[in-house]
Design a protein around this ligand. Structure first.
Ligand code: 4NP
Length: 155
């Protein structure tokens, strides 16, 4: 990311756990820092379209002051590949699916989210079938990567 993006779409599988968490965290941090950035999130799957985020994600994020309650799940659409400068996938499987979907003349750059983090981990693990600890771990990874993304902003 040599030029700072004007818009970022965050993508996971269901758009009810990881990507809405990243959506709220990145949006709120950008607002606090006065960085102009359009953020949205979406899922590669269609099971949860129209649903609010998972309660465990909402609850975990709220303990650190992030509000997921206005968000509703949607699926990635072809227009996203032209509308957003950057599309960041939470794991390799979603990255592969995004690359399959991407039109040949897509203008968005499609990459993994977590290389912006501090650890060597490449994927934000899917917390859906696990316990609440998983949601805290997801939030830790997302906060660090979001700080690092915004630190690249040069004004
Ligand atoms: P997410 O988590 O991709 O982080 O939103 C999941 C949510 C739902 C399902 C899988 C992952 N699901 O199988 O319904």
């Amino acid at each position: 990311m040599s030029n700072f993006p004007r818009s970022i779409l965050l993508v996971c599988l269901g758009n009810i756990c990881r990507s809405p968490t990243a959506h709220a965290v990145l949006q709120q941090m950008a607002q606090t820092k006065g960085i102009p950035l359009e953020i949205d999130s979406a899922g590669t799957g269609d099971w949860h379209i129209g649903h609010p985020p998972d309660e465990r994600a909402t609850q975990t994020a709220s303990t650190r002051g992030y509000d997921l309650s206005p968000l509703r799940a949607r699926q990635v659409i072809i227009e996203d590949f032209y509308k957003y400068d950057l599309i960041l996938a939470m794991d390799h499987s979603n990255l592969r699916n995004l690359k399959k979907l991407a039109p040949a003349d897509a203008t968005a750059q499609v990459e993994l989210f977590l290389p912006y983090g501090d650890s060597n981990t490449q994927e934000v693990p899917d917390p859906y079938f696990g316990g609440t600890d998983g949601f805290t771990h997801v939030l830790d990874l997302i906060e660090t990567a979001s700080e690092n993304i915004l630190a690249r902003y040069k004004g």
